[in-house]
Design a protein around this ligand. Structure first.
Ligand code: AMP
Length: 191
């Protein structure tokens, strides 16, 4: 079975960290729409220039743009993937299902990393010092968290209906989160 995993969770939940740690073990392509958008910003493309304003305000880039970026990456990819930071709307989730369906695939695991707001704030403060992302400041973070609450209220119920859905305690150590995620993936692979 080809594995396609969605990592769901608020900013700072550890989606990117965990994706990097598990992708090789399961031969999965790591697709982060946030990373793709930051590359566009860094290259100064028209898309990047338009996206930067939205990202710095903690808003959502349009569905068409992010769906198009994902489509480019998966149209010729026959293996599995980890979707990190995508989908953030039901329209994105439906488009993803259609794109995967074209290869006879689907999302077969959704893992929500659950982390308290206090932990998110201290993790993002640390990441701001380490990585210097322009949206990792308290003002934008508050908006990103509010945005997360809004879109997760739609996307979580969608996935609870349409895919095997698991919660993982994202407050554990990085190694323990990886162990929890690996256990779920191994069980799914065997299923
Ligand atoms: P992230 O690295 O996932 O936290 O994403 C950083 C920012 O990029 C977000 O705050 C959004 O402005 C934008 N972004 C990333 N992924 C998406 C998406 N799937 N839909 C809309 N906007 C996105």
């Amino acid at each position: 079975m080809v594995m396609n995993l969605v990592f769901f969770g608020p900013p700072g939940a550890g989606k990117g960290t965990q994706a990097a740690l598990i992708k090789d073990k399961y031969s999965l392509l790591h697709l982060s729409t946030g990373d793709m958008l930051r590359e566009e910003v860094a290259s100064g493309t028209p898309l990047g220039v338009a996206a930067k304003t939205i990202m710095d305000q903690g808003g959502l880039v349009s569905d068409d743009i992010v769906i198009g970026m994902i489509e480019n990456r998966i149209k010729n990819h026959t293996g599995g993937a980890i979707f990190d930071g995508f989908p953030r709307t039901v329209a994105q989730a439906e488009a993803l299902e259609a794109m995967l369906g074209a290869h006879g695939q689907s999302i077969n695991v959704v893992i929500e990393l659950q982390v308290s707001d206090d932990a998110i704030i201290s993790r993002i403060e640390k990441r701001a010092q380490e990585e210097g992302r322009s949206d990792d400041n308290m003002e934008t973070l508050k908006k990103r968290l509010a945005q997360y609450r809004d879109y997760s209220a739609n996307v979580i119920p969608y996935y609870k209906e349409n895919a095997p859905y698991f919660n993982v305690d994202g407050m554990q150590s990085i190694a323990d989160v990886t162990a929890s995620v690996t256990k779920i993936l191994d069980e799914r692979k065997a299923a």
